[in-house]
Design a protein. Sequence first.
Length: 145
Amino acid sequence: MSADSDLINLYSGRILALAADIPALGKLENADIEVKKRSPLCGSTVTVGVKFSDGQISDFRQDVKACALGQAAASVIGGSVIGCNKTEIQMLQDELTAMLKSDGPAPSAPFDGLESLRPAKDFKNRHASILLVASALTEAFDSQK
């Protein structure tokens, strides 16, 4: 199978459906913190706005300008992030990184829908885009006052 057909197969119906239905889009007014992340390799960007309450994410919005893979990741994460604490977000980032870079298991619930991105492990140039929202959320927690 050629590299071109591998790439075409990567963009499955599930990934395209996720990319077409990203929750929590937009700018969060009066966010406690806003973090913008950019993938230098492909130029994908995400900006997340987060509000915290009692150490958990109480509100969240995201502006996603990424490939379908980055959009699919933003879709899964955006639909499950409310109520998460710093430990859960760090676990998300660690598990997603391990799945992509060392063929580890899919992230645990509520982010197990990221399993659909497993085929991207063979496309290292796509990893940064897929990790943008998780990285931005980790930074948001790390930057809390």
